[in-house]
Write a protein that binds this ligand. Structure first.
Ligand code: SF4
Length: 168
């Protein structure tokens, strides 16, 4: 299996089926208005950021905005409905930074459309949680069986909606 990435950590906290499909290269995001809107938000929300922040790759994970002076990871999201997944993703970035010799970073989850921000820190209990997430993700992805649909309201916003509910 390919390295576990922050994207997989995020999807693990949203939907195991979405995680499995994404990990098996079944990609539908080009047809998703929500994904395209999110990309546009990333490009336009904070145009001044490009000067001082860096995009960095750690293993297979890409951090879009990292300020090396303040050691802050900025993660921009459209809405906060999947907040738990967003927090897990940023904690994973902080853990990855530490693993790559840059300890002590903090994260800032930013919801420009809601005018909200949330600080994210890597806490002592997160190390065991991250190890458990990774083990679980390996199990799900290595299974030959795609997990079942979850019938949640947010499925309608998901890029796999047509695929998951094609028979309905
Ligand atoms: S549509 Fe729902 S069940 Fe299907 S992948 Fe997306 S979130 Fe999961």
């Amino acid at each position: 299996m390919r390295p576990i990435t922050a994207t997989l950590i995020n999807l693990y906290h949203i939907c195991h089926r979405e995680l499995w499909l994404h990990a098996h290269e079944v990609r539908m995001e080009f047809f998703s208005d929500a994904v395209q809107d999110g990309k546009q938000l990333h490009e336009t929300a904070y145009p001044q950021r490009a000067d001082r922040n860096r995009e960095i790759m750690l293993g297979g994970s890409k951090i879009d905005f990292y300020d090396p002076k303040t050691k802050v990871v900025h993660e921009i999201k459209r809405g906060n409905k999947a907040e738990q997944a967003h927090v897990a993703q940023v904690k994973y970035y902080l853990w990855l930074l530490e693993q790559h010799g840059a300890p002590g970073a903090t994260g800032l989850l930013e919801y420009p459309r809601l005018r909200q921000t949330q600080k994210v820190e890597l806490l002592p209990e997160d190390y065991a949680a991250i190890a458990a997430w990774e083990a679980d993700i390996r199990c799900i992805v290595e299974s030959e069986q795609c997990p079942p649909v979850i019938n949640k309201p947010f499925c309608k916003q998901c890029s796999y909606y047509e695929l998951c509910y094609v028979d309905e």
